[in-house]
Design a protein around this ligand. Sequence first.
Ligand SMILES: [Zn+2]
Length: 546
Amino acid sequence: MKRAITLFLFCAFCLPVVAQDRTASFDSDKMRERVKVLSSDNFEGRGPGTEGGKKAAQYIADQLMASGIKPANRGSYFQNVSLVGLKAEPNTVLTIGSNSFKFGDDFVAATGAQSAKVSVDADLVFVGYGINASQYKWNDYKGNPADYRGKVLLMMVNDPPATKAEPNLFGGKALTYYGRWTYKYEEAARRGAAGVILIHTTDSAGYGWNVVRTSNGSWRYEIARTPNDKTPFLKLKAWATNGAAMKMLQAANLNLDDLRKEANSRNFKPVATGLKVRLDLNSDLKHLESPNVVGTVEGSDANLKNEYVVFSAHWDHLGVGEPDVRGDRIYNGAYDNASGVAAILGIAAVLAKTPLKQRPKRSFLFLFPTAEEQGLLGAEYYSHHPLVPLAKTAADINIDGVNFFGKISNFMPLGAERSTMMTSLAKAAAERNLKITADSKPEQGFFFRSDHFPFAKVGVPSINLQHGDTFIVPLKGEAAEFFKDYTAKFYHQPSDEYKDWWDMSAMIQEAEFALAVGVNIADAPVMPHYKPGDEFAAADKKRSKR
Ligand SMILES: [Zn+2]
């Protein structure tokens, strides 16, 4: 009896909500054409600041206009992002105490000063994990602020391991943001440090020294600082091999393994090594401009239309680079992420052609960020220069790589469990007989590696909608090969190319599901929020008060 009453009450609120399958509204030929055009050699791998990149951004804007989607930046489809590129001189020498270290073999370094010449002459302090996380009652920055200001901080990557007594300490097996090297730099900069040296081990970083060496030995990009930008930055951002770090500390009669053990406890206290770090870092420097592309479709409710559901997919890729074995130098980025752009253009078109009265209540913002491959820079810029207030931004659904292999029965929305967005996701999945799968490799921290993440950092619930791997018809031939060998043979390679066998019904399945999730969020009585205790709940509270 009680149950019947509950059901009745529940349905009194949900009466107008009818599951709607919009598969037929998607234009399959258009979707194919857009992937094909965006990933064609003509667009030269869509590098930010290149001719190909400009063409790609213009193409997306033209497609938005042709589909009746309005510009979202005061009459423009573009939000310009100024970037600075820096490439460190490879003969740079790092001197610590009486030891000197070799660039590439022992350490790599970049500057956050956006300047061609920087000099560092500072004390070296070991700060364990370099974490300050009130939710875990953990603070490695004990003592006086002067102990860190102007110093170079030597620290470990990853987060402290869980214990028997605290199995959920720092997410247990999962990597929390406190374990990411980006966090370590940000926290040290907030403390006024001159620099950071991260100690690399393959285990703690999740990748070998070769990856650190390659990515720091080439051009690194940052959002250009404006003259009145007060965001703190580090003069020195460096990594050292485990061997080099041991050698540094030995000179101060300190043992890295012992320090590591101490740093696994809350009682750890930073260690002033008494050593001096000296370095003259010269870099090549260049400035470039590249836009985020932005469009909007209005919602139907007089009040709720002032709140927005964001769909995002980065348009950029790696441009032209080193040739592969076939002599191909164009990094087409078909799966990564021409496919995501095509899916979101499709979603935008479906919403735009829906008559206003039949549209979802909240409005939609379509964001195609630039420079994702350089470190989520376009999305990061957007999150600090939002075109609609963050307090009115309901959620971000990001797509980075759409399933074109064949239809599937599961999706893996990274980050869904963190917020009440899960309700909207679970409903859309259940109506489509789809399963929601949890992140299969939480220790790798994929949640922190695509454009939905800058939204999380400023407190907006966000997901990266990854497709699953349970194909309804087992894959064969080239599709099976591409799927199985993606990481080894196609990821960030010139071979990530469009082929005519791509299955548009699979892409539309994904786009339609993403749209359904977005519609559920747009029609929900309240906007989603991070769950209490989540590492982004505090940022959510802060932006909601604005
Ligand atoms: Zn991507």
